[in-house]
Structures are given as structure tokens and as C-alpha cells.
Design a protein around this ligand. Sequence first.
Ligand SMILES: [Zn+2]
Ligand SMILES: [Zn+2]
Length: 304
Amino acid sequence: MNLLFLGTGAGMPGKLRNVTSVSLKMLEERKAIWLFDCGEATQHQILHTSLKPGKIEKIFITHLHGDHIYGLPGFLGSRSFQGGNTELTVYGPKGIREFIEVSLKVSETHLQYPLIIKEIDEGIIFEDHQFIVESKLLDHAVLSFGYRIVEKDKIGTLDAIKLQKEGISPGPIYAKLKNGEVVELEDGRILNGSDYVGPDQKGKVITILGDTRSCDNAIKLAKDADILVHEATFSEDSEEMAYNYFHSTTKQAATIAKEANVKLLCLTHISSRYGKEDSEKLLEEAKNVFSNSIIAYDFLEVPI
Ligand SMILES: [Zn+2]
Ligand SMILES: [Zn+2]
């Protein structure tokens, strides 16, 4: 899996950073891409990447501020034109349905694929055989959610070399052993699946938060995550401003990362008051608290 940042700025688009959107590429795992937020011109950003809109299976909206949703109607319409015909589900706070339905109705946009809109609350909002997505409320001027995406552990690999050495050829027996079953062969030998399957492979945990002040739910969502994507709208010297505007500073984001014991912190949602030359200073502020920090920029791709 990879995270590919499409927009890493706060509030309004700048020349350096577009407004917020980040994609979670799961092409190997489920031949799909999930999108988190869809700020204005996200579809323009996608044009500069290898992302195929038809492969975008789910869009998770953190909150209804314009810099996180104004790109949605355009993206949804274009996905139809570009041949996207597979189902798409949008998750978001109450109000997301009205926003999408009114935009599509007024502009007479008719989608060529099934669109499902789910207005969410706190809790498990999605689960299948591979992933669980949990949401919790953060501390922002409007309802803002954070998402914890948990990949379920994968069964270890079958040791085919060991089996072949013991004269057992591939076939239905392999599947049974992989399931951990005990199998009796025709020659009377008894094989136990657990002797031939490696340990479970631990699934990854990805935490992506909406705009927020520093808050306890951020720590809960990020507990032991492989990667935490946390907003850092302001520099550490603007703590009061961050508080007044319901945002976080670099240092506050890093403190959350440290308390949650994440493996990697990725700062995003950077105010346009900071230029390219400020990035290093902002990153330094975070690193002083949590050394395994990086600062996102548009089109940064991070392997998980
Ligand atoms: Zn924002
Ligand atoms: Zn906001």
C-alpha cells in the first residue's frame, strides 16, 4: 500500500500546495484506491498521477469545509466520462448527502455508475474480509472525523518447498494445509497444517485525520499506527492562533504521534503563509518532539 498526497495545503489553494486530498493506493491488496477528502481541483491533481478514477472505490470525507469537499462534484462527474462504471461509496458527516445530491441535480449531472452515500457517526463504518475502518470525532469548528484503517492480519504463506521435499505435490491438500487443517494422506501419513504455514502477517494500520485541535481521540485513532497523517496548519509559535481556528501546530501533531506510539508521522494541511523555504523549519519543530516525522507535499508518495 502507498499513500499518495494530492493536496497538502490548508484553507485555499496556493501555488505550492493544492487543498486537501490524499489517496490510499491498494492496487495489490484489492485492486482499488481509496480517497480521503476531495478539495477543489483534486481531479486536476489526479491527472498528474497514474491514478485511474474508475479504480477509486471509496471516498472518505473528514468534514464539510470547502477545502475538503469542493472537488467532489467535479470528480464524481468526470469519473463517469472516464468510463468509471463500478460502484463508488462516499462516507462523510451529516450534510454530505445534501451537498452531493444538490450539486449533481442542479448541474444535471447523471452518473453512469452506482453512487452510495453514507452519512456516518462514530464507530466502525466499514468492514470486510480485508479491512476495518473506524471513525472518531475530532475537535474542529464543524463536525470533523478521523479515520483508522486497519488491515486484517493475513494468513502466513505455505511452505511449498518443504512439502515438495516430503513428496507431496500441489493439489487440494495444499489448500487444506493452508487453512490449518490436519490431513491424512493415502499412505497413512498425517500432516498438520500448522507445521507448514508460516506465522500470520501483521496487517498495517493507517490513521488519517481531518482538521483538528490536539485531542484525545486523535491519540486513540492513531494508537500504534504504521502511519499517522495529521494536520499541522501552523508553526509551533502560533499555538494561540491554532487554538482559535481549531487547528494544530507542528509540535502538537508531533506530540500526538509520540503519545500514540506511531511508526511515522506525516504532516499535512500546511497554511499557505508558509513557503517552500519554511518547510524545513516546520519539519524540524515536529522532529524535536517526534523524530520519525516527514512533511507532505503535493504528489509525495509514501510506502506503508
Ligand atoms: Zn481544512
Ligand atoms: Zn476545516
